[in-house]
Design a protein around this ligand. Sequence first.
Ligand SMILES: [Fe+2]
Length: 319
Amino acid sequence: MYLDIAVRGAKSSYYVRTIIDWLYEIKDIIEDEYSAKVKIHHVEEPSEIPEVYVCGEFAFSGLPDNEGELIEIIKSVVERKIIKQENINLCSKKEKYGGEKLKEEHVCGYHDAASLNSTKDTSSLEKIVHDIEKMVIDTLGFEPVHGFPHIERVMKIAFKLAEDFKEVNPLVLKLAVLLHDIGRVEEETLRKHHAILSAEMAKKLLVQYGFSQEIIDKVVDAILAHSFTLKYTPKTIEGRILSDADKLDALGAVGIMRVFMESAYRGRTLEEAINHFYEKLFKLKDLMWTEKAKKMAEKRYKFMVYFLDRLEKEIEAEE
Ligand SMILES: [Fe+2]
């Protein structure tokens, strides 16, 4: 027996994420109650407010007060279906994910993870990746420069670049993107390069979760290779993609936003912020590995040059 719960809404929304986290927390309770396997699905939609469907039936929208209330709502929908004797398998195939028309999207964003790590089935892998994602959010927070919003941007770029390479292992890429900056929080206290720290932390974590040595080695290689200053050459396509995606996030409008936010945070002068463009950012476009990244970098670079030209003119009142 199985019981499908679908959450519809934007994954970037706090409310949607909270509901998904809570569902994973209460999953065991529901499974014990009905002796059914609970499957949690996320369906990406623009709305910030989540809509939750239990066995295809609309349960509620918004955020309940707490996990206890969430359990009660889910139970009331399930009981209703049982009373109506619709409990053959609790959910019929038709009802999965809130209706046939909806496009299913796994919480973890990849679809065939089981084939990538044969020791785990898809749902347990999704749960592991979800837990890792949660840990990354807790570690990095939502600060836009190096926090989880940076990870989300890099993830989008990385999977866009990966479209050109059939050989990319999406699980390796996802884990590498998620974990590539976790060492930043310890960088200053331990006086160690954040890419090395992140690689060490990732290795430890992935060993604990029982990932295969091949996956661990590829993730570690990609993390070491993403850094501009470490100058480590990636051995894998996932490493080249992560390196490109991370550098692209330092370019263009986003790159400009990051420079000035970081400069304000570190108390740098405007002159120092501008120097950073010449000393590091303008060099990044020549360090791309993939063709698509080279084109994207060129566009983003041109926008930065235009911006800096305007900025310098306005500072000197030369308009
Ligand atoms: Fe990064």
